[in-house]
Design a protein around this ligand. Structure first.
Ligand SMILES: Nc1ncnc2c1ncn2[C@@H]1O[C@H](COP(=O)(O)OP(=O)(O)OP(=O)(O)O)[C@@H](O)[C@H]1O
Ligand SMILES: [Mg+2]
Length: 427
């Protein structure tokens, strides 16, 4: 009985919505393992809500008063990840002008969340295995062995057994990390949770943005329940917020809803957790980020216009905006096989938590407005992305670090995009 109460408490504390047995089971497992000092691996598709779990584990463990550091292994350049995790000594490499503490030193006594752990380079995996086995590590450029007492919680949306088969992940490390496995279920398997989440996201959106409430017909609700949700809760939130914005105050029928659901016909198809799925999810995530930002800026624009007292213009723009989902959705169906992966999660050096990067794409919104003003030309995702990067590079005088920071993407991703779009001259 007590565990049920603890599950409800954890849900409340983190704003986790859902009552499906598989979700409750996952939270229950996190709570049971929390006080016991074992490594935990959280697995589940992209957008399924894995990031709640390491926090639940940390705050229900005896380490709760010590540091919790979230590290996104996919967002740190390969050349610096060892130094970030384990620190370096002065003179270890060009630019190492002073000793640097790594996360394993900083979080001593606490918990480190290794997100996207499958992205960790093999050389770093060897160091990590040593820490897990003996608590020992060596700073980059040093020969002194140091001790640390860290609990590791890792997460991945990749099929780790595939990664092991392909020689990208050490089998011995995998078994060390996954002493306890927690599976976060895909949204399509959570039944009524889809409606609970929809209701919450619709309500939050109209509440936060003072828009009239939107209703869904029974058919539309069934459509949401039967959709396969490849981007899981992240995708549902994005879809519901688009509907709440563009269909504000209306009753939404199935046919209208279909505009917001890519490949709405292909419901309940299993999503493979293979190599390509990773890239697919990343590109989708970037698009979500753009749509989110576009929505926010539209809201701001509406408020500004309302402030001007220019109601006629608001009406005209609202009519224009109603067409937006049609323009944006096809771009969602970008050829993911051809598209290169886009890491949209950033590593936050100052904060203790890895953050999503849905916040910093202001320029994308400008491009979005251009599309609204000029319906004749609808930019493709690639054009939008290229333009975004060029503008940011110009604004930062070609400085890649600052540009990556402004865009909320890793430097590694920026390098790849610069190459992909032939933008080397901007440096
Ligand atoms: N059950 C839930 N209730 C409310 N919000 C949720 C739930 N699950 C996920 N979310 C929200 O969905 C978004 C995606 O979740 P999260 O970032 O944890 O995904 P993830 O599993 O880490 O995905 P990825 O593998 O792409 O990193 C977040 O905004 C999160 O708050
Ligand atoms: Mg995540």
């Amino acid at each position: 009985m007590a565990i049920e109460q603890d599950i409800q408490r954890a849900k409340m504390r983190h704003g986790i919505i859902g009552d499906s047995p598989a979700l409750l089971e996952a939270i229950g497992r996190a709570l049971r393992v929390a006080p016991i000092d074992l490594s935990v691996l959280i697995v589940g598709e992209s957008g399924s809500g894995k990031e709640f779990f390491p926090k639940i584990i940390h705050e229900n463990s005896p380490r709760k008063h010590r540091k919790y550091i979230a590290v996104n292994c996919g967002a740190i350049p390969e050349g610096t990840i060892d130094s970030e995790l384990f620190g370096h000594v002065k003179g270890a490499f060009t630019g190492a002008t002073a000793d640097h503490k790594g996360y394993f030193e900083e979080a001593d006594g606490g918990t480190i969340f290794l997100d996207e752990v499958a992205e960790m380079p093999l050389s770093t995996q060897a160091r990590l295995l040593r820490v897990l086995e003996s608590g020992e590590y060596i700073k980059v450029g040093s020969s002194n062995v140091q001790k640390t007492n860290i609990r590791i919680v890792a997460a991945t949306n990749k099929n780790m057994l595939d990664a092991i088969r392909n020689g990208k992940f050490r089998e011995d490390l995998y078994y060390r990390l996954s002493t306890v496995h927690i599976e976060v279920p895909p949204l399509r398997e959570r039944g009524h949770d889809i409606m609970l989440l929809t209701r919450k996201f619709l309500h939050d959106f109209s509440d936060n943005n003072h828009t009239p409430p939107t209703e869904l017909t029974t058919d539309a609700k069934q459509m949401l329940s039967g959709y396969r949700w490849p981007g899981n809760v992240r995708q549902l939130k994005s879809v519901v917020e688009q509907v709440a914005l563009f269909e504000a105050g209306k009753t939404v029928y199935r046919t209208c809803l279909a505009k917001y659901l890519p490949e709405a016909g292909a419901s309940n198809m299993p999503v493979p957790m293979g190599e390509n799925n990773f890239d697919y999810n990343k590109d989708r995530e970037l698009l979500f980020a753009m749509i989110f930002k576009l929505q926010l800026d539209i809201e701001n624009m509406k408020k500004q216009l309302a402030g001007d007292g220019n109601n006629a213009r608001i009406n005209i723009n609202q009519n224009d905006l109603k067409r937006e989902p049609r323009k944006l959705i096809p771009a969602y169906e970008v050829d993911h096989a051809a598209a290169s992966p886009t890491i949209v999660r950033t590593h936050d050096y100052d904060n203790t938590e890895a953050r999503h990067t849905t916040q910093d794409l202001g320029h994308v919104a400008e491009v979005g407005y251009a599309a609204v003003d000029d319906p004749a030309h609808i930019k493709t995702l690639e054009e939008t992305e290229r333009e975004t990067i060029v503008t940011a590079l110009d604004r930062n005088d070609g400085r890649r670090k600052a540009t990556a920071e402004e865009l909320g993407i890793s430097e590694r991703t920026l390098y790849r995009k610069i190459k992909q779009y032939g933008l080397e001259r901007h440096n």
